[in-house]
Write a protein that binds this ligand. Sequence first.
Ligand SMILES: Cc1ncc(COP(=O)(O)O)c(C=O)c1O
Length: 496
Amino acid sequence: MSEDRPGPAGGEAGGPQFDFLLQEPLSRARGGDSLQKQLLRRLRAAVLDGRLPAGSRLPGSRALAESLGVSRNTVTLVYDVLSTEGYIEPSKQGTRIAALARPEPENRAHPAPVALARRTERISGRDSGGADSLLFTPGVPALGHFPLAAWRRSLDRVLQQGGTELLGYGPPRGEPALRTAILRHLALARGMRCNPEQIVLTNGAQEALSLCVRLVADPGDTAWVEDPGYGGAQTALACGDLTVVPVPVDADGLRTSASDWEDRPPRLVCTTPAHQYPTGAVLTASRRLDLIEKCRLHGAWIVEDDYDGEFRHSGEPLACVQGLAPGAPVFYVGTFSKTLFPSLRLGFLVLPEPLADRAAPVVDELLRGGHRHEQLALAHFMESGQYGRHLARMRRLYRRRRDALRTALAEHFDVPHTVTGGDSGMHLAVRLPPDVPDQALARAARRHGMGPRPLSRHSLLPDAAHNGLVLGYGNTPESAFTPGLRQLARLARELD
Ligand SMILES: Cc1ncc(COP(=O)(O)O)c(C=O)c1O
């Protein structure tokens, strides 16, 4: 657009309305914005704040250029941009300021209330994150023990061999090589039954949990969660507008009752059978079989979150629920956040066999692939045996740390308490008496560089038994246990 019909008579630059352009000369400072950018900014601002009302005629480009002392080309380029953006439009009498939908001045004083969707109220304030390196933070593996050099070699190999080919989106459900490596590992280590087509690579377990919700649950459906339980599962369910029903946990894991099945039958049952988070209970074989049976009867799906089941401290890792019965109604969720490192953000979902054919094309629409280098590097890391060796080393390390933490608790944490869990994973649950409120203790601990999580934060049911701390030992060296626990005991006494 290079309209050059003169504007109305008046000031040099098209009438008094445009005097603001001349009040302050455009800056010619070296390194500053170009003349074109400055002029564009001034004109845009004048249209937006109403100094140039709709219908005002623009001065001709030659006249404006002369008044401003810039080249005509600068002005025509600015007019072109304003026209493309819809601030000005041609008319019979020349180019005019367009009518923009602008808030009435009185509304500007009262901006619309800033509100999030109601579902977010249920998930805010969990105070998670930012505690990776604090003592006793649960859920963080031994970062300093990760074999970085071997991992870099796997990554380098992929970068060298993959070339630019790998820069595209890739398969939506993830690299077949990694899906096959995962399948081989799961079949041996966890008794998994599936084919590679059922495996979906995700952005950690969290995306896998959200996928389950999106695939099989409609807003208003009921979902059962363990209580106390994992906040990430509650978040995924809340964001699907599901009705979350807390189901108690005892020493044998999730304890469902006949009346629960009768009165509030679920669409989804979220559970951590190998190592209940956070109590550490293991779901017994009879409860596993009963859960499969009941879910089949009621058309419900189990979401089996196997976040740290690889680190079993007594005997072999337990077989997963998914592999217990052919065609079991189970979404199996796995993650490399604990076995490798959390910032990798790699997890996976194994679709239930009866649903896989129908769900896979939907998943292909929902996901966009990506992270191909990391996925292929991990496939190499697994197939070359490094993953297995790392797991074995970490199992030994965590077992040692668990034993040392139990001993240190008995000897140096002189607050009445009971310890649960510890057969697997990287944390212990420590129950405390009601006169030591766990949330206040966790806050005080934070101020002293410690990140244990309050047990009550994991619970939707009011229950005095859910007062305590989740003590992570994955990323906390044994040498820190005694001083850390003594400090925690001191802080607990000071709460009185
Ligand atoms: C019960 C449970 N599930 C899953 C995860 C891992 O989630 P992600 O893979 O998204 O890091 C955690 C991490 O703390 C967890 O405690």
